[in-house]
Design a protein around this ligand. Sequence first.
Ligand SMILES: NC(=O)c1ccc[n+]([C@@H]2O[C@H](COP(=O)([O-])OP(=O)(O)OC[C@H]3O[C@@H](n4cnc5c(N)ncnc54)[C@H](OP(=O)(O)O)[C@@H]3O)[C@@H](O)[C@H]2O)c1
Length: 257
Amino acid sequence: MSTLFNLSGKKAIITGSSRGIGKATAIRLAEHGAKVVITSRKIDACEEVASEINSTYGSDTAIALACNISDKEQLAKLHKDSVAWCGEIDILVCNAAINPYFGPSLNIPDSAFEKIMRSNVQSNFWLTNMVIPSMIKSKDGSIIIISSIAGLHGSSLLGAYAISKAADSQLARNISVEHGPNGVRANCISPGLIKTDFARALWENESILKSQTNKSALKRIGMPDEIAGAVVFLASQAGSFTTGQNIVIDGGEGETA
Ligand SMILES: NC(=O)c1ccc[n+]([C@@H]2O[C@H](COP(=O)([O-])OP(=O)(O)OC[C@H]3O[C@@H](n4cnc5c(N)ncnc54)[C@H](OP(=O)(O)O)[C@@H]3O)[C@@H](O)[C@H]2O)c1
């Protein structure tokens, strides 16, 4: 395949790829030729995704590795085992995130705030720092962090999560400036409402779904695959001049009056 989107020979880690946006992303990266590391806390679910990919795109396209992103040692092991399997990483998709608290920021327990920051920001900081040295050596690398439109506006109910997602876009900008001269690119994607387990409480309730989707130009919820295409773009030659950006994919939520 000799297109702008060709990823053959590339190796990717996608955190949180056992389902949702991460799974769709891993499948599309594999479809475009990359080797993919499927990872989340539950190895069984990762193995299912890896075997689905291997049976479609060829054995040894995917491997399953368990890792809780909030644990630095587990991240280091994920990186080490990934490199042992496929060689140095060219594409890192920091996709996994958590939101254990929904409500006014006045009431959030310190433990919930710290958990959100550790899993959604510090874990990405750790993992990006693990892959960047080899990207610098090869003068090529693409880091993609899945942020959220929650990080673009004030929020009365998702405060800490929104802060973590805003921090993720700053992390991508920092990496782009610090390592751009060495060929490393870093970008965020900020999805709007996407039909995954993560947002189930929002789309399973008809009236919440309607009020959410009414805000968007397309008047519908997004699907995981509608985020995966942008990841392929950012990971590939097609995105070679794109760095430090936060690409909003929300069905046009900001476009309606
Ligand atoms: N869905 C939306 O509407 C929406 C909107 C904006 C942004 N986002 C962002 O999109 C990203 C993906 O979310 P999604 O909607 O695809 O969610 P999802 O379907 O619930 O998938 C989340 C994935 O992350 C993994 N995960 C969760 N906590 C983890 C941890 N501590 N360590 C390692 N893996 C962990 C999960 O597997 P295990 O549970 O097995 O570990 C799963 O593979 C997140 O960053 C989220 O903030 C989603």
